[in-house]
Structure formats: structure tokens, C-alpha cells
Design a protein around this ligand. Structure first.
Ligand SMILES: N[C@@H](CCC(=O)N[C@@H](CS)C(=O)NCC(=O)O)C(=O)O
Length: 212
């Protein structure tokens, strides 16, 4: 199996933290997305949407989308417990918070990044005003997370889950726009400091730094 990634990218980061959490090693191949390697035909022949992360199985089957990749890897790894939840209630709560994070936090955050930095202006129309609106939407979503974390150690369950991994990957990435967690959100700050101390997060920080 080969995992195509760009370690700095938040979607790649969530797969690498997930892999470290389940203690699974996979061959890694760096794809220079900023240099446009992913929009070349050779990569597009593998990835239907031309995006990383991408998992290529030994028989050539390719799986895109970070959550699909995580689900596949977890199911073949024979874990006793799932980062997507075990009981019906836990599965529902993790799914709920994960979707909230993806739609209300990650999506505006990435729109802010792409439209304010113009990093992919070689392949998409960049609208700085939309970037600014998206940045405000990202910031406006954070108090909801702070409230949830005022009563819970982790975002969705009484244990670390996929919802925490996705939230960490995007909040940590937003340092590129100099957006730190505001001081009036102490519960989110507490959760971020604790998450940074996890072995899975620390081990992937090294990979990320190598491609920064
Ligand atoms: N929903 C996808 C998003 C994948 C995605 O947006 N990947 C970004 C890196 S975080 C990428 O490949 N960007 C390169 C580009 O847009 O050309 C997932 O969860 O994997």
C-alpha cells in the first residue's frame, strides 16, 4: 500500500495522525501539491479528483478522501476500538461533531486559506473577499467548540476520536494565516494544548516540518 500525501496539508495530517493513533505503518509518497504535481495527468490517472491524500492498494485500487482512507485502514488493522465510535450513541456523537467540524470549521478555514493566500491561483479563481468572509465564518464557529469543550475533555466522546483529529488538523494549520485560538476561548485552548501533547500528534509534527 502507498499513501500519497503532502505532510503539511491538513487533510494529509488527519490521515497521518490517525495512522499514528492506530499504530499502522504505510509507505508514504510525497506529492508536491504546491508545485502542481497533483494536477499532472500521472497523478490524475490515480486520483479521481486530483487531490491528496490518496491511498493506493497493492492491486492498484485507489481510495481518495481522508475519511474513507481512515475508515479503510482502521478496518484492516483489526483495532479493538474505533476512532469513529463503538456504541450506537458514541458513533452518532462522533459523526455529529465530525460533520460539524468538517462543514462549519474546516470548510470555511480552507476557503479562507485558499482565497487569501492565493496559493492555488494557477488552478482556481481566487476571490480575496470570499477569503475574508470565510475567515470570519471560521472564527465565528469557534465559540461553539469552546462551549462543548467546557463540559467535555474531548470534542465528541469521553475519549479521543476522529472528530478531535479533524479539528486539530485544521486549527493547527490555521497558524499559516496567523490565526491562533482567541484568548477568550480557554476551553478550546486547553484542548489544543493537550492534543499537541499526544504521541500521534508529536510524531507527525516531524513529518510535517520536513515538507514545510
Ligand atoms: N475532502 C478531501 C479534501 C482533499 C483536499 O482538499 N486536499 C488538498 C490538500 S489539504 C489538496 O490536495 N489540494 C491541492 C489542490 O487543491 O490542488 C479529503 O478529505 O481528503
Amino acid at each position: 500500500m502507498k499513501l500519497y500525501e503532502y505532510a503539511m496539508a491538513p487533510n494529509a495530517r488527519r490521515v497521518s495522525v490517525f495512522l499514528a493513533e492506530i499504530d499502522l505503518q504505510v509507505e508514504r509518497i510525497n506529492v508536491d501539491i504546491r508545485g502542481g504535481e497533483n494536477i499532472k495527468q500521472q497523478f490524475k490517472d490515480k486520483a479521481v479528483n486530483g487531490l491528496i491524500p490518496l491511498l493506493e492498494l497493492n492491486d492498484g485500487t485507489c481510495i481518495g478522501e481522508s475519511v474513507a482512507i481512515c475508515r479503510y485502514l482502521e478496518s484492516i488493522s483489526g483495532q479493538a476500538t474505533s476512532l469513529f465510535g463503538d456504541t450506537p450513541l458514541e458513533v452518532a456523537e462522533i459523526e455529529m461533531w465530525h460533520r460539524i467540524v468538517e462543514f462549519q470549521v474546516m470548510m470555511p478555514a480552507l476557503q479562507a486559506f485558499r482565497n487569501l493566500s492565493g496559493i492555488y491561483k494557477d488552478r482556481e479563481t481566487v476571490v480575496p473577499q470570499w477569503g475574508e468572509v470565510s475567515k470570519q465564518r471560521y472564527l465565528a464557529a469557534l465559540p461553539m467548540l469552546d462551549k462543548q469543550l467546557s463540559e467535555n475533555k474531548y470534542l465528541a466522546s469521553n475519549r479521543f476520536s476522529m472528530a478531535d483529529i479533524t479539528l486539530f488538523s485544521i486549527i493547527n494549520f490555521m497558524r499559516v494565516l496567523k490565526l491562533n485560538v482567541p484568548d477568550d476561548l480557554p476551553n478550546l485552548q486547553r484542548w489544543l494544548s493537550e492534543t499537541k501533547e499526544r504521541d500521534s500528534v508529536k510524531s507527525t509534527e516531524l513529518d510535517r516540518a520536513a515538507t514545510a
